[in-house]
Design a protein around this ligand. Sequence first.
Ligand SMILES: Nc1ncnc2c1ncn2[C@@H]1O[C@H](COP(=O)(O)OP(=O)(O)OP(=O)(O)O)[C@@H](O)[C@H]1O
Ligand SMILES: [Mg+2]
Length: 369
Amino acid sequence: MTSDDSLNLIVVEDSELDYELLLAMLAREGLKPRTTRVEDEAGMRDAFAKAQVDAVITDHNLPRFDSFASLKVAKSIDADMPVIVLSGEMSEDLAVATLHAGADDFVLKTRMFRIAAALQHSLQAAAARREARTAVSALAQSEAKLHALTQHLERVKEDERRAIAQEIHDDIGGALTALKFELVRLTRAMTDKQTRPLLDSISQLLESAVVASHRIQHALRPAVLDAGLLAALEWLTRDFGERSGIKVDLIFNREEFEIAPDRAAALYRVTQEALTNVQKHARATRVHVQIFALTDEIALEIADDGQGFEPGSLQATPGFGVRGMIERARGLGGWAEVSSSRRRGTTVMFSIPPQPADTSAEGARKNGD
Ligand SMILES: Nc1ncnc2c1ncn2[C@@H]1O[C@H](COP(=O)(O)OP(=O)(O)OP(=O)(O)O)[C@@H](O)[C@H]1O
Ligand SMILES: [Mg+2]
């Protein structure tokens, strides 16, 4: 809090006598603030413009002004400014009304001895309000930064995966294909029967290397851009089922629908992460993957029959999968939710508009061309 002698107050008061009494009451409690006495809005604004003000003490009833108007001026300059209303009239309604209007305290002129304590309390309350406001805005800022960072991370991950898939395709894929041709030529050229089993075994190894490289490429860069989202999900769920031994079914309400490529990739990635979570955490025997396509919403649901987890434990997890889903949805103008309870399985819901808001067909029509 400001030290007493550096306090700067605006006193809205028309009566010289009451003003002197107020100063005397403050002095009696050891308070010797700098004060500016004003009688109207212009005077108040002038005083605010001239110096940093710590509090306003305002008479309720002035010839050209009243405490509601002075409160309004003070709060318009600083929403946290402490304001104390002085009144000659004992009225509960008035006291309540001024407190509602934002006054920190209401002091009767007949009980002016309360003013010093009221001022101290009001200054403390204002300091607490300012602190809370700063904390809230700092929290909002760091939350916004976290959202931006997570979305950035998702984009970077996607770019990185695409680049690695491309490298595997161009370098390793190219070399493997060339090797296959060379092996065929070698097999033709070798007439020695003893080398045959060896060549066959090399051929098989080569074939599994080709399959592995395709699988890695698929996982890194979903083929949604080429074959479509449903084809990619069919591949993903089939591959997951084969590798994990967990039964998966894929259900969709429409064979075909329009969706922007980055949004199709997001649906694919969320399914991929949800299935990875099922394998890592769920101990499930079955998973249902559902895609429900509407005109302005594509809803994805992945539900397993596994052991689930305590609702509320998600906040504490260091994992990034679920956070990534939520941020992805938020970044695309949609929402995501993971619900679970012990032994009831887990359901991931992810819903996004199929097109970005402003470039959708609807938006273009509305823009009237
Ligand atoms: N299908 C599921 N069944 C049971 N528990 C799950 C399931 N999905 C998520 N969880 C729980 O939620 C937590 C958070 O999942 P999240 O995907 O965010 O993190 P993670 O899988 O542990 O790590 P990461 O995804 O970053 O590799 C998991 O640690 C797990 O306890
Ligand atoms: Mg995970």
